[in-house]
Design a protein around this ligand. Structure first.
Ligand SMILES: [Zn+2]
Length: 403
């Protein structure tokens, strides 16, 4: 009996030593983990691809590898909720297995992004090809909003074809591939009428997933109040929320520079506002009055795709712009980690809980003046710029600046 108690006691005493064995220890960084309300200097240990500990002064003697993160920010791996990744060699196919999409391994890790969400490049017809040709062979984690148009974003004519918008077939494919498909997308519809919106929402309802809507290339703009209050559901997402373009009703009145009152109501209802920065889909004239009125985007995203006119900015650059506009550091990090994880119902991502997938991004934030421009030429001065220093996915270092 005595021996047993001694044995238990002995193994209990030794346990912390062995339990602390880490494959990687990130030391002394400023950890921001919005889900767990962590915001301060901590060490973070990773074991077998999972986060094993976040604490002050973790013993480094039992770590296989150490990263010195002093002076840097350590945050959950960034999630870019609006990208186009279904690259293929045929320019006539646009975003859907065409040259307007970009392979994410070419841009994601170097910009601190471990998860991209493709925003509607494929519909139900081509998703299996997308999965086989791109998703399965990419190192970047790719999740998908499935287009309500069966042919996806093959070009504008295809996207006007309401006879190819089939909620049932779309929901069936979304259900079949639920490991990858996190939502439904509607984009680029130009004609009057609510059929495409309602069909996308019907598919979302049937599959139990949110809908992301790119609303407004209409010849006569359609009312967004009606879209928000009468059609979209709580949890659905309105992307390109700071666009000021012809055919699209903006959320800020361009004359009074005031956020329209129903936009607050839409937020209260639970509609998510996504940036989807893109080539021309973001204007300071919309973002500045919104943010300064306290209306922050729920999610900050790039709308990364290939375009001749403009290079689409990387996520850390866009995050820096929102800092310059006046969002707090914590709010900016939340909009690229925990908020997108919640929006796509993948709460295993975007946080540093013990046991969570070890996707980590280490960022520097310079403290000298930076100038930012939108597509209209409007410029804004900021006081710092984020840069990706290290990106870790599933516990593996997949990018290191200067290497
Ligand atoms: Zn897009």
């Amino acid at each position: 009996m005595k021996k047993t108690i001694f044995g238990i006691l002995f193994s209990f005493l030794l346990q912390p030593l062995f339990a602390q064995q880490a494959d990687l220890l990130i030391q002394g960084g400023h950890v921001i983990d919005p889900k767990n309300k962590i915001d301060g200097i901590f060490d973070l240990a990773i074991t077998k691809g999972k986060i094993s500990r976040v604490a002050k002064n973790i013993n480094p003697n039992h770590a296989a590898k150490i990263i010195d993160a002093r002076g840097l920010y350590v945050v959950p791996g960034l999630i870019d909720i609006h990208t186009h990744d279904f690259y293929g060699p045929d320019s006539a196919r646009h975003f859907c297995y065409g040259t307007k999409s970009i392979l994410p391994d070419g841009f994601a890790f170097s910009s601190g992004v471990t998860t991209v969400v493709d925003a509607g490049s494929s519909g139900w017809r081509d998703f299996p090809v997308f999965k086989k040709q791109i998703i399965d062979s990419s190192k970047t984690r790719i999740l998908v909003f499935l287009n309500i148009v069966g042919a996806g974003m093959r070009g504008s004519d295809y996207e006007q074809d309401t006879s190819d918008m089939d909620a049932k077939k779309t929901a069936m494919v979304a259900h079949q591939y639920r490991k990858y498909i996190v939502g439904i997308k509607l984009a680029h519809y130009k004609r009057p009428g609510w059929k495409p919106v309602d069909e996308a929402i019907a598919a979302g309802k049937q599959a139990g997933i949110p809908v992301m809507i790119d609303f407004g290339e209409h010849d006569a703009p359609m009312p967004i109040k009606e879209l928000f209050m009468d059609h979209m559901r709580p949890g659905d997402l309105f992307t390109h929320c700071f666009a000021e373009l012809k055919g699209r009703e903006p959320i800020v009145d361009p004359r009074s520079k005031k956020l329209k009152p129903f936009v607050w109501e839409a937020r209260k209802k639970g509609i998510g506002f996504d940036v989807g920065y893109g080539a021309i889909s973001f204007s300071f004239s919309q973002a500045i009055p919104s943010v300064r009125a306290g209306f922050y985007p729920n999610t900050i995203s790039t709308d990364k795709h290939a375009t001749i006119k403009n290079k689409i900015k990387d996520l850390p650059e866009i995050m820096s712009e929102f800092l310059a506009i006046g969002m707090s550091l914590q709010e900016v990090i939340t909009a690229v980690t925990w908020n997108p994880a919640r929006a796509i119902k993948h709460e295993e991502l975007g946080n540093c809980s013990v046991g969570a997938i070890a996707d980590i991004t280490i960022l520097s934030l310079s403290n000298h003046k930076a100038l930012f421009y939108d597509h209209s030429g409007y410029s804004l001065e900021g006081s710092g710029k984020f840069k990706t220093v290290v990106t870790i996915k599933n516990g593996e270092t997949v990018y290191q600046a200067g290497k």
